[in-house]
Design a protein around this ligand. Structure first.
Ligand SMILES: Cc1ncc(COP(=O)(O)O)c(C=O)c1O
Length: 392
C-alpha cells in the first residue's frame, strides 16, 4: 500500500519507534491498538461499482495494507508489498524484465532464485549472466553494456557470505540504465538499507529475519519508485500471490520486535564467530564482520553490524561434516534461517542442491561447507554445542 497516504508516521522518529507504530493506528470502531485480522474475501457494495474502496481481498485487504505500511517503514521506503513467499516476491519483480534483455545476477545467489531464472524466465528470452560482483573488475567491465535491464544483487550472499558494494552497483546501474534490485534477506533492515545506498528495489524472504520465528513463509518488496511499485502491485493483484491475512498479522507483529531480536542475533553471532575462527577443525570462517575477512572494510562501510549468518569450511571429508551435523543438539539441522532458534544447514545437499554442479564447485559449495544461522539462545550454550560436535 501507499504508506504516505494511508498511514502517516512522524518522520523524525528513529527506526525502532517507526516499526512499532507503522500501520497501527487505533481501529476506528473500538480503538483496538492492534489492527484486527480481516478475513473477508469480499465487500458489500451499495450499488454496482459503489463501494468503500474495498472490493475483493486479492486486490485490497486491510490487514495486508497495515503490514505493508510496516514493511515500508522497515526500509524507510514509500511503498511496501507483501507476497506469499520470497520467491513469489521475486517472481513479481522478475515479471518486469523485458524479453530480449539481459540481467546480471550475482553468482552465488540463493539456489531457488537461480533456479527460477534458469527454468522459468530464461525460456522466455531473458538472458541471465551469473557474475562475481564482489570483484572490483565487475564494476569496470560492465560500464558500456547496452542491453542490461536489471542488476540483481544479494549481499551478503548465501551461503559463502561474499559482499557486493551496493553504492558502486547503484552507480553502475544508473550509468547503463538498469534497475538495481537487492535481496536484503541476510542482513535484515536493521543492519543494511539498500534503498538508502541507491538501490531501486529491495526484497526480503520475510520467512527469515522479518518473520523471525520459523512459523510462516512470506516475501516482501520495498521501493520508493512509484512506477515500479504500480507495476509490481499489478502483478500481486493480477497473478494473485499476495500474503494471506493471518500471515500478514504475524509479520506485522514480528516487525515490532525486529530490532531487539537482531541485536541479540548479532551479539551471539560475534561470540560464535570468534570461537569458530580459532578452532583447529575449522579451515575457513565466512563472516564479513571478522577482521580477517576480505569483506571486513565493506561490511563496516555498508552495514551497521552482523546478523546471525555465517558459514564455515570444516577440515576433513563428508563423513566428518555429517558427524558434526548429527552431534549438534541446540542447533537444528534444517533449511531456512533467521528464526529465534539456531539452525545449521549443509548447502551442497540441502538449500543449494539445485545449483548446477559445476557452478557449485566454482563457488566452493562442497561437502565441507556448513551454514549457520545463529539464534537468540544463550551464546554459551551455542558455543558448548559447537565445541562438543566439533570434537565428535
Ligand atoms: C536470500 C534468500 N532470498 C530468497 C529466498 C526465497 O524465499 P522463500 O523461501 O521465502 O520463498 C531465500 C530462501 O531461503 C533466501 O535465502
Amino acid at each position: 500500500m501507499d504508506s504516505k497516504t494511508k498511514h502517516k508516521l512522524n518522520t523524525n522518529w528513529n527506526q525502532e519507534t517507526k516499526w512499532i507504530h507503522a500501520g497501527c493506528e487505533p481501529e476506528k470502531t473500538t480503538g483496538a491498538v492492534v489492527p484486527p485480522i480481516s478475513v473477508s474475501s469480499t465487500y458489500a457494495q451499495s450499488a454496482p461499482g459503489v463501494h468503500t474502496g474495498y472490493e475483493y481481498a486479492r486486490s485490497e485487504n486491510p490487514t495486508r495494507e497495515a503490514v505493508e505500511a510496516g514493511l515500508a517503514a522497515l526500509e524507510n521506503a514509500k511503498f511496501g508489498l507483501a507476497f506469499s513467499s520470497g520467491l513469489a516476491a521475486e517472481q513479481a519483480i522478475a515479471q518486469q524484465f523485458t524479453p530480449g534483455s539481459r540481467v546480471l545476477v550475482c553468482d552465488d545467489v540463493y539456489g531457488g532464485t537461480g533456479r527460477m531464472f534458469r527454468k522459468f524466465f530464461a525460456p522466455h528470452g531473458i538472458e541471465f549472466s551469473f557474475v562475481n560482483m564482489s570483484e572490483p573488475s565487475f564494476f569496470t567491465e560492465h560500464q558500456n553494456e547496452k542491453n542490461v535491464s536489471a542488476i540483481w544483487v544479494e549481499t551478503p550472499t548465501n551461503p559463502t557470505m561474499k559482499m557486493v558494494d551496493i553504492e558502486k552497483a547503484a552507480q553502475l546501474a544508473k550509468k547503463i540504465g538498469a534497475t538495481l534490485i537487492v535481496d536484503n534477506t541476510f542482513c535484515s533492515p536493521y543492519f543494511q538499507n539498500p534503498l538508502a545506498l541507491g538501490a531501486d528495489i529491495v526484497l526480503h524472504s520475510a520467512t527469515k529475519y522479518i518473520g523471525g520465528h520459523s512459523d510462516l513463509v512470506a516475501g516482501v518488496v520495498m521501493t520508493n519508485n512509484q512506477e515500479l511499485y504500480d507495476k509490481i502491485k499489478f502483478v500481486q493483484f493480477a497473478i494473485g500471490a499476495m500474503l494471506n491475512p493471518f500471515d500478514c498479522f504475524l509479520i506485522h507483529r514480528s516487525i515490532k520486535t525486529l530490532s531487539v531480536r537482531m541485536q541479540k542475533h548479532s551479539e551471539n553471532a560475534v561470540k560464535v564467530a570468534n570461537f569458530l575462527a580459532e578452532h583447529p577443525k575449522v579451515e575457513t570462517l565466512y563472516f564479513p564482520w571478522h577482521q580477517k575477512s576480505p569483506f571486513y572494510e565493506l561490511a563496516k562501510k555498508q552495514t551497521r553490524g552482523p546478523s546471525g549468518m555465517m558459514s564455515i569450511r570444516l577440515k576433513g571429508a563428508m563423513s566428518d561434516s555429517t558427524k558434526f551435523l548429527q552431534n549438534l543438539k541446540v542447533f537444528t539441522l534444517a533449511e531456512s534461517l533467521g528464526g529465534v532458534e539456531s539452525l545449521v544447514n549443509h548447502p551442497e545437499k540441502m538449500t543449494h542442491a539445485s545449483v548446477p554442479e559445476q557452478l557449485r564447485k566454482e563457488l566452493g559449495i562442497d561437502s565441507q561447507l556448513i551454514r549457520l544461522s545463529v539464534g537468540i539462545e544463550n551464546a554459551d550454550d551455542l558455543i558448548d554445542d559447537l565445541k562438543h560436535a566439533l570434537s565428535a
